[in-house]
Design a protein around this ligand. Structure first.
Ligand SMILES: [Zn+2]
Length: 305
């Protein structure tokens, strides 16, 4: 899907809504409140009324689009831009691309980005299997080009990455890299039948990996691939490097509070990098995910790092 495709196919609210209805209700329109399939289309544009409970709704009621005043074609272009930006796109960049420098507000663009990002947070992900690489990295550390203020108030955040070789990656904003924390991620994300878990020589992994088969590479001795074997953590590291380019190059300053949301976005896009339906799939998530209100998004304030 390209920008000209989106502009042509989804040029009006009605055309966008038609797709959203199909994605939300592949089996036919259903009342979001009581699941009744007996609904009547009201004269008023795009609205339905449930015959069972009389609730009135549209394809976007109770979804990520809920209560938005932005035209749907603008939403669709924003979704495409975020899907296609492999290293992420800042709210400022999105604002400039959609509205130029004089119109639109940064706040609107920021909230728009966060709502699309919220839809990219997936539930019920399959367990990772086969050869699984696990590694930890620190973000928000010594980044060049930041002023004294940021340098002083910045705290490094731990990100744990787990990747099935040739398959999906998972990122986690971890409290620490201690064995108990790592063990929890292993238990929740790696199949008990995994062939082998490959990590670096951080001692915490030994205990965390437990009874699974475990191989390590000694990064401190500059060993990146065990000679004559395929023991390495290069594929999880390549996912980390894309993440870091997003944080340093596109998003610049992100708060510890919102870090998990950025990790979800990066993970979602990375795991679909070879799929041609990334755009449609993102829209499908947006009409099936819960709304994200501005109040919820901004409830607690935390320093950026
Ligand atoms: Zn109903």
């Amino acid at each position: 899907m390209t920008l000209p495709d989106v502009n042509e196919m989804f040029s009006t609210d009605a055309r966008c809504r038609e797709l959203l209805e199909r994605l939300r209700w592949p089996e036919g329109v259903t009342c979001p409140r009581c699941k009744d399939t007996r609904v009547s289309r009201l004269k008023e544009y795009a609205r339905y009324e449930c015959v069972g409970c009389e609730y009135q709704f549209t394809a976007t009621s109770g979804t990520i689009f809920h209560d938005s005043h932005l035209p749907l074609p603008i939403w669709f272009v924003a979704v495409l831009l975020l899907c296609e930006a492999k290293k992420g796109m800042s709210a400022m960049q999105l604002k400039r691309t959609l509205w130029g420098t004089d119109r639109g507000s940064y706040k609107t663009a920021w909230y728009l980005c966060h709502r699309i990002r919220a839809a990219m947070n997936e539930a019920n992900k399959p367990m990772l299997d086969g050869t699984v690489e696990m590694d930890e990295t620190y973000v928000g550390g010594k980044q060049r080009g930041l002023d004294q203020h940021w340098r002083k108030n910045r705290k490094k955040q731990v990100v744990v990455g787990i990747r099935q070789r040739g398959g999906d990656v998972r990122f986690f904003h971890a409290e620490d890299a201690k064995s108990g924390t790592l063990a929890k991620y292993i238990q929740e994300n790696i199949s008990t039948d995994v062939d082998v878990i490959v990590t670096d020589e951080l001692p915490a992994y030994r205990k965390a990996v437990g009874k699974h088969k475990h191989e390590t590479v000694n990064h401190s001795a500059k060993e990146y691939v065990r000679a004559g074997t395929d023991i390495h953590t290069n594929t999880v590291e390549s996912a980390f490097s894309l993440l870091k380019r997003g944080i340093i190059g596109s998003w610049h300053k992100i708060s510890a509070k919102h870090l998990p949301a950025y990790l979800s976005e990066m993970e979602f896009r990375f795991n679909r990098r070879n799929r041609s339906d990334l755009f449609i799939d993102t829209l499908r998530h947006m009409v099936t995910a819960d709304p994200l209100t501005f109040d919820n998004l901004t409830r607690e304030k935390e320093a950026t790092f």
